[in-house]
Design a protein around this ligand. Structure first.
Ligand code: SF4
Ligand code: SF4
Length: 320
């Protein structure tokens, strides 16, 4: 029997439960991170032991060379801490439309990472940086003591290189709520961020709002506060049929550290892999576009976080 979310999507339009053309390849380089944030849906931290190997990266490069013009969205954990990070960026660069890295800002100041800002600049990497608030109190509460000050220093450094100021050097910031609520309106929040961060002399391109998915570390946090059921109800009560057409799993493919394929990063975090007609787990090795096009998406009830209110995706709110 289909779960509640699948039933809700099918009621809007049957075709929305299937993948369409691939536009974004999202690669998760592993779960090592220099931070250990409360809301982290991949349970990343300094003790992470899942690290994408060079062999899997070569499988990805092979796929990109046969499927040119995609957006390559590199994530983690903290992707820059994977020893093959430079290799994937430099090798994929000529094959893709954009290389985008999800960056936590503080990694710029980790020992041995001094090369990173110049590397971004040389490779014209688009940066999508976590910045869940413009106040030190909220950022440090969610992401750890001292993270706000380091994030401000990192943004100043990137601005000094031209990020947020020059064409082709884009930097977006990511907001996600600190607790069991939906994000505020993206446009209004973006204005607030521009205003507040300009006090520090910081500029950026866009603000992306993301709804926390009720899984892994955030789920544990909700359960510890007895708010899991309440949060699920909030997501379900705010199901917005207008945004279902644009849920990111329809044009994004997510690749795990071990090369396994998923519809998105959340499904990856839950181990909900893509399977072929014989039920075998699908991997990037030898993948052809036709193997995934029009494939049924694996939905479960955490998916309500993508369709609540203005909707949510790796590119922010979905409502036009
Ligand atoms: S949310 Fe990002 S920065 Fe925080 S622990 Fe997870 S991967 Fe690291
Ligand atoms: S959680 Fe993933 S599979 Fe579910 S709707 Fe969101 S993007 Fe699609």
């Amino acid at each position: 029997m289909p779960n509640n979310f699948t039933t809700a999507v099918l009621a809007v339009d049957k075709k929305l439960a299937r993948r369409k053309n691939l536009e974004i390849l999202q690669v998760n380089l592993g779960n090592v991170c220099n931070q250990r944030c409360l809301h982290c849906h991949v349970n990343a931290g300094p003790g992470g032991d899942k690290i994408m190997s060079r062999r899997i990266i070569d499988d990805i490069i092979m796929f990109l060379s046969k499927t040119k013009g995609l957006v390559l969205d590199i994530t983690g954990g903290c992707p820059e801490l994977n020893p093959n990070f430079r290799y994937i960026v430099e090798t994929a660069r000529p094959l893709v439309k954009t290389v985008m890295v999800r960056n936590n800002l503080t990694v710029l100041f980790e020992p041995g990472m001094e090369w990173l800002p110049g590397f971004y600049l040389d490779n014209k990497v688009k940066l999508v940086c976590s910045m869940p608030c413009y106040t030190a109190e909220n950022v440090d509460k969610q992401r750890g003591e001292g993270v706000f000050d380091k994030s401000i220093s990192a943004l100043k450094l990137l601005n000094s290189l031209g990020y947020g100021r020059e064409p082709g050097l884009e930097i977006d910031l990511v907001y996600n709520p600190g607790g069991a609520c939906l994000p505020g309106a993206q446009n209004a929040l973006e204005k607030d961020y521009h205003q507040q961060l300009s006090r520090h002399g910081i500029v950026f391109n866009h603000l992306i709002t993301i709804t926390n998915a009720p899984i892994n570390r955030f789920k544990t946090y909700l359960e510890a506060n007895n708010t899991f059921d309440e949060y699920m109800k909030l997501l379900m009560d705010n199901f917005n049929r207008e945004v279902v057409t644009d849920i990111m799993c329809r044009n994004l493919l997510s690749i795990g550290w071990d090369g396994v394929l998923y519809d998105c990063d959340f499904n990856q975090a839950l181990g909900l892999s893509l399977r072929d007609k014989a039920g075998k787990i699908m991997e990037i090795r030898g993948l052809r576009l036709q193997d995934i096009e029009d494939k049924e998406i694996v939905f479960e009830d955490h998916c309500y976080s993508c369709t609540a209110g203005a909707g949510s995706s790796c590119k922010g709110a979905l409502a036009k």
